[in-house]
Design a protein around this ligand. Structure first.
Ligand code: ZN
Length: 487
C-alpha cells in the first residue's frame, strides 16, 4: 500500500463524503433527509450488481416475484416480535387525498408479511415445496441514526429472498446456501472481504429463530454489516397459517428462511473497501467506463493524426465489447485529466502522445496497482485482457490483507479495551451468545464504550482454548466472539 493510504485511514468519513460527491455518484441536494439521488455513474454499477446477483438467484432455483410496496397494518400486526422490532421505523400511509384510509398501510420496511400472506394460497401440498422466491425492491425504514448515502438511507435497494421448506434441515441448508451466495457475490465478484457470523440471541432479526450476518471491517476499524440470512422456523408460517399436506396426509407448517442483500449498501461498502487516497477503484466488470484514452495534444503537431490514432484504438476496443471513452477535455492539463480519471476509479487509462504514433507505443496505467507500463500498439489488446483478468483478484487480495490485519486475538478485558480504543476488532473468549450471556454483553459494551459482539464465526469452527474464560464473568468460555464498533 502506498503511504498516502493513511489519509483514508485517518478519516474514512471525510474521504467517503467527499468522493461520492466529487465522483458524481450521488447528489444529496434533494429536499428530503435520508433520501439520496443516485446519479448515472453509481446506478450503472449498482444495476450490474443486481444483474449478477439475479443470475445467481435463478441458478439456485429461486423464482422472481413482485410484491406490492404497501402492506396492510393487519398483516403487519400478526407477528408480535416482527411488529415490535420494526414499528419505530415504519413509514405509514394513512390517506388518499384528504380522506383517511380505513386502516394504515406500511410502506414496506421488509416483506415477510406480504410474502407469507400469499404463501398460504400458493402452498397446499408437499408437492408445492420447496418454494424459493425473491424480489428486487426498494424498502423504507425511518432510521434514526445519522443517515449516510448508500450505507444507511431511509430508502434502500435490495433483493429479499423468502423461502419455505418441508423440513427444518432443508431450511438450515438454505441458510448455508445463502452464505455461499454471499461468498460468490461479495468476495469473488466484488472483492469485499467479510466474516459470516451467527449473531447473539439478543441481536436477532425481529421474528427470527437465528440470524446470520456478513460483516466487513473498514479502514477505520469500524464494522459494516452486509447481507444477513435468517432462520425463521415455523414462526411466520404458523402466524400466517401457511400449511401443507405431507406424504402421509398430515397437515404441517413449513420452515422458513429469508435473505436480504442490500445492493445499494454493498456498493457503498465496496467503495469504502477498495478506494484509496487517489479516489475510487471500481472493479473492472462494474465500471461505467472501463478504459479511458487520453490523447496528449501538442501545439506544434498535427493533432488530427493523434485523434485518428486514438479513434482507431477506441473502435477496436469497442468492437471487443469494452466500454471505452476518448478524453476530450482539451482545456485541462494532462495531470488534471489523469487525476480526475483516477479519482473516478476508471480501471485502465491509455495515454497517447505524438511520439507514440511514430514509435508505435502507448502508456497504459492500471488502477488496481496504480502502475504505468509502455506497451507496443500491437500488444494493447493482450495487455488489456491481462489487466482485466487480474483486476478483481488484485483488489480482493489487497482488501483481504487489510481486513486480516484489523483482527487481534486477546483474552482479557484490559487488552480488549485497548484493541477497541485502537479502532481494531477483537477476537475474544466469551461465555455464551445465548440469552444467558446478555448481561456479560451489556457489561462488555459499557467497558469498551460501545464495542458490540458480532457473534460466532460460521465459515470456520472456532473453539476456545482449554483455559479460556469469558472476558467478563470469568466463567469457562463456550464461544470465541468478535467485538468491534459499527460504522
Ligand atoms: Zn460471561
Amino acid at each position: 500500500m502506498p503511504s498516502d493510504e493513511k489519509y483514508k485511514i485517518k478519516d474514512l468519513n471525510e474521504w467517503f463524503n467527499d468522493i461520492i460527491f466529487k465522483a458524481e455518484l450521488i447528489d444529496v441536494r434533494y429536499n428530503l433527509k435520508g433520501f439520496t439521488v443516485f446519479r448515472p455513474r453509481s446506478v450503472f454499477s449498482i444495476s450490474k450488481m443486481f444483474r449478477i446477483y439475479e443470475d445467481k438467484f435463478n441458478e439456485t432455483g429461486h423464482q422472481q416475484v413482485m410484491m406490492p410496496a404497501l402492506i396492510p397494518e393487519e398483516n403487519f400486526l400478526k407477528e408480535s416480535d416482527h411488529i415490535e422490532g420494526f414499528t419505530p421505523e415504519v413509514f405509514w400511509v394513512t390517506k388518499h387525498g384528504d380522506e383517511d384510509f380505513e386502516q394504515k398501510y406500511a410502506l414496506r420496511p421488509t416483506s415477510e408479511t406480504a410474502f407469507y400472506y400469499m404463501f398460504k394460497y400458493w402452498v397446499q401440498s408437499y408437492r408445492d415445496l420447496p418454494l424459493k422466491t425473491y424480489q428486487r425492491a426498494n424498502v423504507f425504514r425511518f432510521d434514526s441514526k445519522a443517515t449516510k448515502p448508500f450505507i444507511r438511507g431511509r430508502e434502500f435497494y435490495w433483493y429479499e429472498s423468502h423461502n419455505i421448506f418441508e423440513t427444518l434441515q432443508e431450511a438450515v441448508n438454505q441458510v448455508y446456501e445463502d452464505m455461499q451466495i454471499t461468498e460468490d457475490m461479495l468476495h469473488e465478484e466484488f472483492g469485499i472481504p467479510f466474516i459470516f457470523f451467527k449473531r447473539p440471541q439478543w441481536d436477532k432479526f425481529p421474528g427470527a429463530v437465528d440470524t446470520f450476518a456478513a460483516d466487513t471491517i473498514l479502514d477505520n476499524g469500524r464494522i459494516l454489516q452486509l447481507p444477513s440470512t435468517h432462520l425463521l422456523g415455523t414462526k411466520f408460517t404458523e402466524t400466517f397459517d401457511v400449511k401443507f399436506k405431507d406424504k402421509d396426509d398430515e397437515m404441517k407448517y413449513p420452515f422458513g428462511t429469508c435473505y436480504g442483500p442490500a445492493i445499494s449498501r454493498i456498493y457503498g461498502g465496496m467503495i469504502c473497501v477498495h478506494g484509496d487516497s487517489l479516489g475510487l477503484r471500481i472493479p473492472f466488470d462494474l465500471a461505467p467506463v472501463q478504459i479511458i484514452l487520453v490523447p496528449l495534444y501538442f501545439s506544434d503537431f498535427d493533432n488530427t493524426k493523434l485523434e485518428a490514432f486514438c479513434l482507431d484504438i477506441a473502435q477496436d476496443l469497442d468492437k471487443l465489447g469494452y466500454r471505452v471513452k476518448i478524453d476530450d477535455q482539451t482545456s485541462k492539463t494532462p495531470k488534471e485529466r489523469f487525476s480526475e480519471y483516477e479519482m473516478k476509479g476508471i480501471p485502465i487509462r491509455i495515454e497517447i502522445g505524438p511520439k507514440d504514433i511514430f514509435s508505435g507505443t502507448v502508456v497504459i496505467f492500471r488502477r488496481d496497482l496504480n502502475e504505468k507500463k509502455k506497451v507496443d500498439v500491437a500488444d494493447i489488446f493482450d495487455e488489456i485482457k491481462l489487466i482485466e483478468s487480474e483486476f478483481i483478484n488484485n483488489l480482493r487480495s489487497q482488501a483481504d490483507e487489510v481486513f486480516e490485519e484489523k483482527i487481534i486475538t486477546v483474552n482479557n478485558m484490559d487488552d480488549l479495551k485497548e484493541v477497541i480504543d485502537d479502532n481494531l476488532v477483537a477476537r475474544v473468549p466469551f461465555c455464551s451468545i445465548d440469552m444467558d450471556g446478555k448481561n456479560c454483553f451489556e457489561e462488555l459494551k459499557a467497558e469498551t464504550k460501545g464495542g458490540d459482539i458480532r457473534g460466532v464465526r460460521m465459515d470456520v469452527k472456532e473453539v476456545p482454548e482449554e483455559n479460556d474464560v469469558c472476558v467478563v464473568c470469568k466463567k469457562k468460555a463456550q464461544s470465541i466472539v468478535y467485538v468491534g464498533k459499527s460504522y
